[in-house]
Design a protein around this ligand. Structure first.
Ligand SMILES: NC(=O)c1ccc[n+]([C@@H]2O[C@H](COP(=O)([O-])OP(=O)(O)OC[C@H]3O[C@@H](n4cnc5c(N)ncnc54)[C@H](O)[C@@H]3O)[C@@H](O)[C@H]2O)c1
Ligand SMILES: N[C@@H](CCO)C(=O)O
Length: 358
């Protein structure tokens, strides 16, 4: 039986669903995959909890009662002392700072599985250094959920790239939260800020929803896909339509944004009122491999079109390639949500296990 020891950073929407899914899938994984996934360490931004063998169904209470303030070094010391084999750090945070730890983690013997998109969208220099460090230490980094949550977008693109299939363009709705927001806002007579709050409550948005509204989250996804295809670009080169008014942007606090988000309502109502009867607003991303242009913007689409008819929090990725010609390969489905994302992370863990020697 192959054993993987997971140190989970981030116990929010995705992290907590992942623990639940791993505990529930335990017997199935043993029988079907010959795999035991153990989670001896869980941590959020302030607190860690160690459970020598594995988390128990009571992990949430255990975490509250027995968790303690920690530094990364405490975790590194603990796992070394326990001599755990096949260590994996799962990054289910949205933290910019946490990514500073990746190189240390790899050098300390961890593979990395990340839902967090930050590491793949830092400078090209960091992107290359991380990969070089992974190769040198014989470690793997999997991040399918960086784009399209649990949808197999990165794997599909990578397969095209590996087999020398030329990907010419990718267009679609890349954001699950903004899909939900515009699908709902265009259909229902509700204030934009109210729909935005609902998307956050459902766990679709980033912890700071301005990361979605500013277009940065979709910008990151475009850059990640572009880099998978060998495009040398930086995040600041993505052309992005920012939907956050200047007085509520990143230089003001999240608390201030939450207090004043009704300030968004009038502009979005005006935008909606400009639509023709058969039109809806969609948040669209486009990557053109020929020109190297990456663009994020709002678009008016016919209700009956592929993007216009999207529902719920669905994303849709239209991938145009040389062999497929004018008919794109389309990957469509929930583009956000704790359950689908956690399932994607769990799938990455299984794929990682396959790469490791028995
Ligand atoms: N929610 C989705 O639908 C979805 C889909 C795909 C990818 N993702 C990605 O998954 C990640 C998590 O999303 P979420 O919705 O679970 O967010 P969340 O806000 O619910 O949870 C974030 C967790 O990270 C912890 N955290 C923050 N900084 C940390 C640090 N420095 N060290 C350790 N823990 C830290 C927080 O305490 C919290 O437990 C994000 O990067 C997001 O982009 C989310
Ligand atoms: N906030 C992101 C989560 C998935 O990456 C979205 O709305 O698409």
């Amino acid at each position: 039986m192959k054993k993987i020891h997971i140190v989970l950073f981030g116990t929010g929407n995705v992290g907590s669903s992942l623990i639940q899914q791993i505990l529930t899938a335990g017997e199935h994984l043993k029988e079907q995959e010959g795999l035991e996934l153990k989670i001896p360490v869980i941590a959020n931004s302030t607190t860690a909890f160690f459970q020598k063998h594995n988390q128990k169904p009571s992990w949430e209470t255990d975490f509250k009662v027995f968790g303690f303030p920690y530094q990364l070094q405490d975790v590194l010391d603990y796992v070394r002392e326990q001599e755990y084999e096949n260590l994996v750090a799962v990054d289910a945070t949205a933290s910019e700072e946490f990514v500073d730890n990746y190189l240390t983690l790899v050098k300390e013997g961890f593979h990395i599985v990340a839902a967090n998109k930050v590491a793949n969208t830092r400078s090209s220099a960091f992107y290359e250094e991380l990969r070089k460090t992974l190769r040198k230490n014989n470690k793997f980094f999997l991040y399918e959920t960086n784009v399209g949550a649990g949808l197999p977008v990165i794997e599909t693109l990578r397969n095209f790239h590996r087999s020398h299939e030329e990907v010419t363009r990718i267009r679609g709705v890349f954001s699950g939260s903004l899909s939900y927001i515009f699908n709902t806002f265009c259909e229902e007579e509700r204030a934009f800020s109210e729909v935005l709050s609902e998307a956050s409550e459902k766990g679709f948005t980033e912890p700071d929803p301005r990361v979605d509204l500013s277009g940065k989250d979709v910008g990151r996804k475009l850059l990640i896909l572009g880099r998978e295809l060998g495009l040398k670009k930086e995040l600041h080169e993505v052309v992005i339509q920012d939907l956050v008014p200047r007085h509520l942007n990143g230089s003001s606090s999240l608390e201030n944004f939450q207090k004043k988000k009704k300030d968004l309502d009038l502009d979005f109502l005006q935008l909606k009122n400009q639509l023709k009867q058969d039109e809806v607003i969609r948040h669209v991303g486009e990557l053109d491999m020929k020109t190297g242009k990456l663009e994020v913007k709002l678009s008016r689409e016919k209700k009956t079109s592929a993007l216009g008819s999207l529902q719920h929090a669905d994303s849709s990725f239209e991938i145009f390639t040389k062999s497929y010609g004018e008919q794109p390969v389309v990957i469509k489905g929930a583009g956000a949500g704790a359950a689908v994302t956690a399932r994607g992370v769990l799938t990455d863990l299984i794929k990682l296990a396959e790469k490791l020697p028995s």
